[in-house]
Design a protein around this ligand. Structure first.
Ligand code: ZN
Length: 177
């Protein structure tokens, strides 16, 4: 089932999410619906607060390449109650976007690697280091669980520059909040 997205300035995007106590059928359904919603909007990551649920879970797809170097999206990954640690020492600057802030793509500096401990949908503890764009998506989505948006992680100058765009987004999506 497609879920309704929450857009910039919706207070749920600024709320600290709650850990998931038990992986119930409801949680499994939410994960499936989030993957469907992410794919429908051509996203590569989606966190629960973006669909109105203040729970510590996000879904994503890794970018992979076929033999001819065409981008293909990998199997969906689901992270429940993630804990991030040991960020890499090198910072990389690349443009990011967000389904909750449509139309805005702006450079964000993030570490090149990140270590993640999380539960999968079967309740198994997963511990793994991620690199490159996957690491970036994980850090972006994990930020959502703490009420942080990528527009918080840019320079003061960029923040000033994007104010008109944020204002437009607020006005455009006010009706469907
Ligand atoms: Zn986002």
């Amino acid at each position: 089932m497609l879920l309704k997205l929450c857009y910039y300035d919706n207070p749920i995007l600024r709320t600290q999410c709650k850990p998931i106590q038990e992986i119930t059928d409801e949680i499994r359904q939410l994960a499936a619906d989030m993957i469907e919603t992410m794919d429908a909007h051509n996203g590569i990551g989606l966190a629960s607060p973006q669909v109105g649920k203040s729970l510590c879970m996000f879904v994503m797809r890794q970018d992979e390449y076929d033999e001819e170097n065409n981008l293909i999206l990998g199997e969906p990954l689901i992270f429940i109650n993630p804990k991030l640690s040991n960020p890499g020492k090198n910072e990389i600057i690349l443009p990011e976007g967000c389904l909750s802030i449509p139309g805005l793509h702006i450079d964000v500096a993030r570490p090149d690697t990140i270590f993640v401990q999380a539960l999968d949908l079967e309740g198994n503890q997963v511990e793994k280091e991620f690199t490159d764009y996957t690491a970036r998506v994980i850090m972006h989505e994990n930020d959502h669980l703490n009420g942080v948006l990528f527009v918080d992680r840019i320079s003061t100058e960029s923040k000033t520059n994007i104010q008109p765009i944020l204002k437009q987004i607020k006005e455009k999506f006010l009706k469907i909040k």
